[in-house]
Design a protein around this ligand. Structure first.
Ligand code: SF4
Ligand code: SF4
Length: 172
């Protein structure tokens, strides 16, 4: 009987404790994001990894040379780099990027790909809205149609210094 009464009061005490916490939070000012009503103004942190994109300039040029290093370093096989061979103006055969496919659905946002790209061709955006009706819509081609790799100007070659000869050294 004593145990029954003890358990009863213990239960009532635990119930009241819970109600006090609920009541306290009920009257607190709300801090919930008003998503999606604030879609136009909602911002993520600058370093938030939302979605991979190509770094494209105003001339629709990207920096990807199709080396495939990023895809090889991706632990989830979320990247597929498809290349093709083209003949340049001087008759040489060159490998260029055809399609760069990114499966956002299997990406874990680890950023190993961006870190392994020496060309800095891919980067993150803050886009966080990825809801789709079909998973295939999450496979995206990052290089826009008609885009091409940016022309890199060869660094000017410094004139070679003549090796110091014995005669030159004697003249000094
Ligand atoms: S994104 Fe970078 S690492 Fe990946 S294929 Fe292009 S140049 Fe190579
Ligand atoms: S962030 Fe990670 S998982 Fe996503 S594509 Fe890059 S390497 Fe793969």
């Amino acid at each position: 009987m004593v145990k029954y009464i003890k358990d009863l009061f213990s239960g009532i005490y635990a119930l009241l404790q819970g109600m006090v916490i609920t009541n306290r939070n009920f009257w607190r000012p709300k801090v919930t994001e008003q998503y999606p009503e604030d879609r136009q103004t909602a911002r993520q942190f600058e370093r938030f990894r939302g979605e991979l994109v190509f770094d494209i300039n105003d001339n629709n040029e990207h920096k990807c040379i199709g080396c495939g290093l990023c895809a090889r370093n991706c632990p989830n096989q979320s990247l597929e780099v498809i290349t093709k061979s083209v003949t340049t103006e001087d008759g040489k055969t060159k490998k260029v990027l055809d399609k760069f496919l990114y499966d956002l659905g299997s990406c874990t946002f680890c950023s190993l790909c961006t870190q392994s790209c020496a060309q800095k061709a891919i980067k993150w955006t803050n886009n966080f809205e990825h809801a789709v009706y079909n998973r295939s819509a999450l496979v995206k081609q990052l290089n826009p149609e008609g885009s091409k790799v940016v022309e890199r100007k060869a660094a000017p070659v410094a004139p070679k210094q003549a090796p110091a000869t014995e005669q030159n050294e004697n003249q000094q």
